[in-house]
Design a protein around this ligand. Sequence first.
Ligand SMILES: [Zn+2]
Length: 336
Amino acid sequence: MPLVPLKQVLDEANKGSYGVGAYNVNNMEQIQALMQGAAETRTPLILQASRGALEYTKMVYLKHLILAAVEDNPDLPVVCHLDHGPNLEVVKQAIALGFTSVMIDGSIDYAQEDEKGAHPPRSFKENIRVTKEACDYAHPLGVSVEGELGTLGGIEDETQAASTQLTNPDQVEQFVSETGVDALAVAIGTSHGAHKFKEAPKLALDLIPKIQERAPETTLVMHGSSSVPQELVKQINAYGGTLEKAMGVPMDQIQAAIKLGIRKINVDTDGRLAFTGGIRQYLVQNPKVFDQRKYLGQGRDAIYQVMKQKMIDFGSAGHAGDYEPKTLEDAKAWYK
Ligand SMILES: [Zn+2]
Protein backbone atom coordinates (compact mmCIF):
# COMPACT_ATOMS: atom_id res chain seq x y z
CA MET A 1 0.00 0.00 0.00
CA PRO A 2 1.42 3.41 -0.87
CA LEU A 3 1.24 6.31 1.59
CA VAL A 4 -2.29 7.66 1.98
CA PRO A 5 -3.44 11.33 1.88
CA LEU A 6 -4.37 12.77 5.28
CA LYS A 7 -7.76 13.93 4.04
CA GLN A 8 -8.98 10.40 3.49
CA VAL A 9 -7.80 9.11 6.86
CA LEU A 10 -9.43 12.02 8.70
CA ASP A 11 -12.65 11.93 6.68
CA GLU A 12 -12.94 8.23 7.54
CA ALA A 13 -12.24 9.00 11.20
CA ASN A 14 -15.03 11.56 11.01
CA LYS A 15 -17.44 8.93 9.70
CA GLY A 16 -16.42 6.55 12.49
CA SER A 17 -16.22 9.28 15.18
CA TYR A 18 -12.74 8.36 16.37
CA GLY A 19 -9.39 10.13 16.68
CA VAL A 20 -6.19 9.25 14.82
CA GLY A 21 -2.85 9.83 16.51
CA ALA A 22 -0.23 11.85 14.63
CA TYR A 23 3.08 10.77 16.08
CA ASN A 24 6.31 12.70 15.61
CA VAL A 25 9.22 10.59 14.41
CA ASN A 26 12.94 11.18 14.01
CA ASN A 27 14.50 7.72 13.94
CA MET A 28 14.04 4.05 13.16
CA GLU A 29 13.18 2.90 16.68
CA GLN A 30 10.27 5.34 16.99
CA ILE A 31 8.88 4.29 13.63
CA GLN A 32 9.22 0.58 14.41
CA ALA A 33 7.55 1.03 17.80
CA LEU A 34 4.59 2.85 16.25
CA MET A 35 4.21 0.34 13.44
CA GLN A 36 4.22 -2.55 15.88
CA GLY A 37 1.51 -0.87 17.94
CA ALA A 38 -0.52 -0.07 14.82
CA ALA A 39 -0.16 -3.58 13.39
CA GLU A 40 -1.28 -5.20 16.64
CA THR A 41 -4.25 -2.89 17.09
CA ARG A 42 -5.11 -2.68 13.37
CA THR A 43 -5.05 1.10 13.40
CA PRO A 44 -4.55 3.71 10.67
CA LEU A 45 -1.86 6.18 11.71
CA ILE A 46 -0.11 9.41 10.85
CA LEU A 47 3.68 9.56 11.00
CA GLN A 48 4.76 13.19 11.11
CA ALA A 49 8.05 15.02 10.92
CA SER A 50 8.88 18.58 11.89
CA ARG A 51 11.48 20.70 10.11
CA GLY A 52 13.83 19.72 12.95
CA ALA A 53 13.25 16.04 12.17
CA LEU A 54 13.94 16.62 8.48
CA GLU A 55 17.21 18.35 9.33
CA TYR A 56 18.21 15.65 11.85
CA THR A 57 17.65 12.87 9.31
CA LYS A 58 18.97 14.81 6.31
CA MET A 59 15.48 14.17 4.91
CA VAL A 60 16.33 11.20 2.72
CA TYR A 61 16.92 8.85 5.67
CA LEU A 62 13.54 9.66 7.15
CA LYS A 63 11.86 9.20 3.80
CA HIS A 64 13.25 5.71 3.40
CA LEU A 65 12.50 4.72 7.00
CA ILE A 66 8.86 5.65 6.43
CA LEU A 67 8.80 3.79 3.11
CA ALA A 68 10.24 0.78 4.95
CA ALA A 69 7.44 1.04 7.50
CA VAL A 70 4.86 0.96 4.70
CA GLU A 71 6.57 -1.95 2.94
CA ASP A 72 6.66 -3.87 6.21
CA ASN A 73 2.95 -3.17 6.88
CA PRO A 74 1.22 -3.24 3.52
CA ASP A 75 -2.27 -3.48 5.00
CA LEU A 76 -2.18 -0.40 7.26
CA PRO A 77 -3.18 3.08 6.04
CA VAL A 78 -0.19 5.32 6.83
CA VAL A 79 0.00 9.08 6.23
CA CYS A 80 3.34 10.86 6.02
CA HIS A 81 2.77 14.41 7.25
CA LEU A 82 4.90 17.54 7.66
CA ASP A 83 4.35 19.00 11.15
CA HIS A 84 4.52 22.80 11.52
CA GLY A 85 5.76 23.68 8.07
CA PRO A 86 7.12 27.20 8.65
CA ASN A 87 6.96 28.39 5.04
CA LEU A 88 6.23 27.36 1.46
CA GLU A 89 9.83 26.33 0.85
CA VAL A 90 9.73 23.59 3.51
CA VAL A 91 6.28 22.52 2.31
CA LYS A 92 7.73 22.07 -1.18
CA GLN A 93 10.68 20.07 0.19
CA ALA A 94 8.37 17.70 2.05
CA ILE A 95 6.15 17.19 -1.00
CA ALA A 96 9.19 16.55 -3.18
CA LEU A 97 10.22 13.84 -0.69
CA GLY A 98 6.86 12.10 -1.09
CA PHE A 99 4.91 13.37 1.92
CA THR A 100 1.17 12.91 1.41
CA SER A 101 0.21 15.75 3.73
CA VAL A 102 1.68 19.01 4.99
CA MET A 103 0.92 21.47 7.71
CA ILE A 104 1.55 25.11 6.92
CA ASP A 105 1.63 26.96 10.21
CA GLY A 106 0.55 30.46 9.24
CA SER A 107 -0.49 31.30 12.81
CA ILE A 108 3.00 32.56 13.71
CA ASP A 109 5.78 34.16 11.68
CA TYR A 110 8.80 31.84 11.83
CA ALA A 111 10.98 34.39 10.04
CA GLN A 112 10.87 36.67 13.07
CA GLU A 113 11.74 35.84 16.66
CA ASP A 114 12.27 37.59 19.99
CA GLU A 115 15.20 37.10 22.40
CA LYS A 116 13.57 33.91 23.74
CA GLY A 117 13.18 32.40 20.28
CA ALA A 118 9.41 32.95 20.27
CA HIS A 119 7.69 33.89 17.03
CA PRO A 120 5.08 36.68 16.81
CA PRO A 121 1.56 35.79 15.69
CA ARG A 122 0.62 36.60 12.13
CA SER A 123 -2.41 38.70 11.35
CA PHE A 124 -5.52 36.82 10.27
CA LYS A 125 -5.06 38.17 6.75
CA GLU A 126 -1.43 37.05 6.56
CA ASN A 127 -2.33 33.62 7.91
CA ILE A 128 -4.91 33.25 5.14
CA ARG A 129 -2.37 34.37 2.54
CA VAL A 130 0.41 31.89 3.45
CA THR A 131 -2.03 29.04 4.05
CA LYS A 132 -3.75 29.57 0.70
CA GLU A 133 -0.36 29.69 -1.01
CA ALA A 134 0.45 26.23 0.42
CA CYS A 135 -2.96 24.83 -0.59
CA ASP A 136 -2.57 26.21 -4.10
CA TYR A 137 0.74 24.38 -4.39
CA ALA A 138 -0.18 21.11 -2.66
CA HIS A 139 -3.72 20.38 -3.80
CA PRO A 140 -3.05 19.99 -7.54
CA LEU A 141 -0.54 17.29 -6.49
CA GLY A 142 -3.16 15.54 -4.35
CA VAL A 143 -1.37 16.44 -1.10
CA SER A 144 -3.55 17.31 1.91
CA VAL A 145 -3.02 20.55 3.85
CA GLU A 146 -3.50 21.38 7.53
CA GLY A 147 -3.63 25.02 8.65
CA GLU A 148 -3.76 26.56 12.11
CA LEU A 149 -6.01 29.24 13.53
CA GLY A 150 -5.19 30.59 16.99
CA THR A 151 -1.88 30.01 18.77
CA LEU A 152 -0.79 27.45 21.38
CA GLY A 153 1.49 28.01 24.34
CA GLY A 154 4.58 25.96 25.17
CA ILE A 155 7.59 24.95 23.07
CA GLU A 156 8.08 22.10 20.62
CA ASP A 157 11.14 22.10 18.38
CA GLU A 158 11.20 25.60 16.88
CA THR A 159 7.49 26.16 17.40
CA GLN A 160 7.00 28.71 20.14
CA ALA A 161 4.45 31.50 19.99
CA ALA A 162 5.19 34.87 21.60
CA SER A 163 1.57 35.01 22.78
CA THR A 164 -1.28 32.53 22.95
CA GLN A 165 -4.76 32.98 21.59
CA LEU A 166 -7.66 30.55 21.53
CA THR A 167 -9.24 29.98 18.14
CA ASN A 168 -11.97 32.50 17.39
CA PRO A 169 -14.93 30.60 15.88
CA ASP A 170 -16.03 33.74 14.04
CA GLN A 171 -12.89 33.58 11.88
CA VAL A 172 -13.25 29.92 10.96
CA GLU A 173 -15.65 30.10 8.03
CA GLN A 174 -13.65 32.76 6.19
CA PHE A 175 -10.33 31.03 6.90
CA VAL A 176 -11.49 27.67 5.61
CA SER A 177 -13.33 28.97 2.55
CA GLU A 178 -10.53 31.31 1.45
CA THR A 179 -7.67 28.85 2.01
CA GLY A 180 -9.27 25.49 1.21
CA VAL A 181 -7.51 23.61 4.04
CA ASP A 182 -8.46 19.98 4.57
CA ALA A 183 -7.69 20.02 8.28
CA LEU A 184 -7.65 22.81 10.82
CA ALA A 185 -5.49 22.89 13.94
CA VAL A 186 -7.36 24.70 16.68
CA ALA A 187 -6.19 26.29 19.90
CA ILE A 188 -8.51 25.20 22.70
CA GLY A 189 -6.15 25.32 25.65
CA THR A 190 -3.62 22.57 24.89
CA SER A 191 0.09 23.40 24.88
CA HIS A 192 3.30 22.15 23.25
CA GLY A 193 6.07 20.37 25.16
CA ALA A 194 6.39 18.56 28.52
CA HIS A 195 5.80 21.55 30.78
CA LYS A 196 2.32 22.40 29.69
CA PHE A 197 0.49 23.07 32.91
CA LYS A 198 1.01 23.44 36.65
CA GLU A 199 -2.29 21.75 37.39
CA ALA A 200 -4.75 19.62 35.44
CA PRO A 201 -5.96 21.78 32.55
CA LYS A 202 -9.52 22.39 31.56
CA LEU A 203 -9.74 22.55 27.80
CA ALA A 204 -12.16 24.96 26.13
CA LEU A 205 -14.17 22.03 24.81
CA ASP A 206 -17.20 24.23 24.11
CA LEU A 207 -15.25 25.79 21.24
CA ILE A 208 -15.11 22.53 19.28
CA PRO A 209 -18.78 22.37 18.16
CA LYS A 210 -18.76 26.14 17.52
CA ILE A 211 -15.76 25.73 15.21
CA GLN A 212 -17.07 22.55 13.61
CA GLU A 213 -20.42 24.01 12.63
CA ARG A 214 -18.64 26.85 10.80
CA ALA A 215 -16.42 24.40 8.89
CA PRO A 216 -18.40 21.20 8.41
CA GLU A 217 -16.20 19.95 5.56
CA THR A 218 -12.95 20.40 7.48
CA THR A 219 -11.59 18.01 10.09
CA LEU A 220 -10.23 19.39 13.33
CA VAL A 221 -6.78 18.84 14.80
CA MET A 222 -5.48 19.19 18.33
CA HIS A 223 -1.79 19.93 18.85
CA GLY A 224 0.08 19.74 22.13
CA SER A 225 -1.88 16.68 23.20
CA SER A 226 0.69 14.61 25.05
CA SER A 227 -0.52 13.41 28.43
CA VAL A 228 2.95 13.53 30.06
CA PRO A 229 2.34 10.32 32.06
CA GLN A 230 3.64 10.81 35.60
CA GLU A 231 5.17 7.34 35.70
CA LEU A 232 7.42 8.30 32.76
CA VAL A 233 8.52 11.54 34.44
CA LYS A 234 9.22 9.58 37.65
CA GLN A 235 11.16 6.91 35.74
CA ILE A 236 13.35 9.52 34.06
CA ASN A 237 14.05 11.21 37.38
CA ALA A 238 14.64 7.90 39.21
CA TYR A 239 17.46 7.14 36.76
CA GLY A 240 19.30 10.41 36.86
CA GLY A 241 16.99 12.83 35.07
CA THR A 242 16.03 16.21 36.50
CA LEU A 243 12.67 16.94 34.90
CA GLU A 244 10.56 19.42 36.81
CA LYS A 245 7.05 18.45 37.81
CA ALA A 246 5.23 18.39 34.52
CA MET A 247 1.62 17.93 33.51
CA GLY A 248 0.00 17.19 30.19
CA VAL A 249 -3.50 16.80 28.85
CA PRO A 250 -5.32 13.98 30.67
CA MET A 251 -6.68 11.22 28.43
CA ASP A 252 -10.27 11.80 29.55
CA GLN A 253 -10.07 15.39 28.25
CA ILE A 254 -8.65 14.15 24.93
CA GLN A 255 -11.43 11.58 24.67
CA ALA A 256 -14.01 14.28 25.40
CA ALA A 257 -12.49 16.38 22.59
CA ILE A 258 -12.66 13.40 20.20
CA LYS A 259 -16.30 12.90 21.09
CA LEU A 260 -16.95 16.53 20.11
CA GLY A 261 -15.18 16.26 16.74
CA ILE A 262 -11.37 16.38 17.06
CA ARG A 263 -9.97 13.85 14.58
CA LYS A 264 -6.17 14.27 14.54
CA ILE A 265 -4.30 14.23 17.82
CA ASN A 266 -0.66 15.29 17.79
CA VAL A 267 1.68 13.45 20.14
CA ASP A 268 5.38 14.23 20.35
CA THR A 269 6.44 14.72 23.98
CA ASP A 270 5.13 11.38 25.27
CA GLY A 271 7.30 9.54 22.73
CA ARG A 272 10.35 11.51 23.86
CA LEU A 273 9.61 10.78 27.51
CA ALA A 274 9.08 7.06 26.92
CA PHE A 275 12.25 6.67 24.85
CA THR A 276 14.37 8.63 27.32
CA GLY A 277 12.94 6.77 30.33
CA GLY A 278 13.54 3.35 28.79
CA ILE A 279 17.09 4.17 27.79
CA ARG A 280 17.97 5.86 31.10
CA GLN A 281 16.70 2.94 33.12
CA TYR A 282 18.55 0.42 30.98
CA LEU A 283 21.87 2.24 31.10
CA VAL A 284 21.72 2.77 34.86
CA GLN A 285 20.74 -0.84 35.53
CA ASN A 286 23.28 -2.24 33.07
CA PRO A 287 26.36 -0.06 33.43
CA LYS A 288 28.63 -2.55 31.69
CA VAL A 289 26.54 -2.85 28.52
CA PHE A 290 27.64 -0.80 25.54
CA ASP A 291 25.70 -2.54 22.77
CA GLN A 292 23.42 0.22 21.52
CA ARG A 293 20.84 -2.29 20.32
CA LYS A 294 20.18 -3.19 23.95
CA TYR A 295 19.35 0.29 25.22
CA LEU A 296 17.77 1.63 22.04
CA GLY A 297 15.71 -1.57 21.99
CA GLN A 298 14.55 -0.81 25.53
CA GLY A 299 13.59 2.73 24.46
CA ARG A 300 11.76 1.34 21.44
CA ASP A 301 9.77 -1.04 23.60
CA ALA A 302 8.82 1.82 25.94
CA ILE A 303 7.44 3.86 23.02
CA TYR A 304 5.54 0.82 21.75
CA GLN A 305 3.83 0.31 25.13
CA VAL A 306 2.76 3.96 25.47
CA MET A 307 1.63 4.47 21.88
CA LYS A 308 -0.23 1.20 21.51
CA GLN A 309 -2.39 2.23 24.46
CA LYS A 310 -3.04 5.62 22.82
CA MET A 311 -4.21 3.93 19.62
CA ILE A 312 -6.78 2.09 21.73
CA ASP A 313 -7.71 5.16 23.80
CA PHE A 314 -8.12 7.44 20.75
CA GLY A 315 -10.49 4.87 19.23
CA SER A 316 -8.54 4.30 16.00
CA ALA A 317 -7.77 0.66 16.87
CA GLY A 318 -9.60 -1.80 14.63
CA HIS A 319 -10.24 0.70 11.81
CA ALA A 320 -7.32 -0.08 9.51
CA GLY A 321 -9.40 -2.22 7.17
CA ASP A 322 -12.49 -0.03 7.00
CA TYR A 323 -11.73 1.51 3.62
CA GLU A 324 -9.83 1.19 0.37
CA PRO A 325 -6.88 3.57 0.66
CA LYS A 326 -6.51 6.31 -1.93
CA THR A 327 -3.34 7.51 -3.57
CA LEU A 328 -2.18 11.06 -4.28
CA GLU A 329 -3.21 10.39 -7.87
CA ASP A 330 -6.79 9.65 -6.72
CA ALA A 331 -6.73 12.68 -4.44
CA LYS A 332 -6.02 15.12 -7.29
CA ALA A 333 -9.65 14.73 -8.36
CA TRP A 334 -10.90 16.06 -4.99
CA TYR A 335 -9.52 19.51 -5.70
CA LYS A 336 -10.60 19.98 -9.33
ZN1 LIG B 1 2.06 21.55 17.11
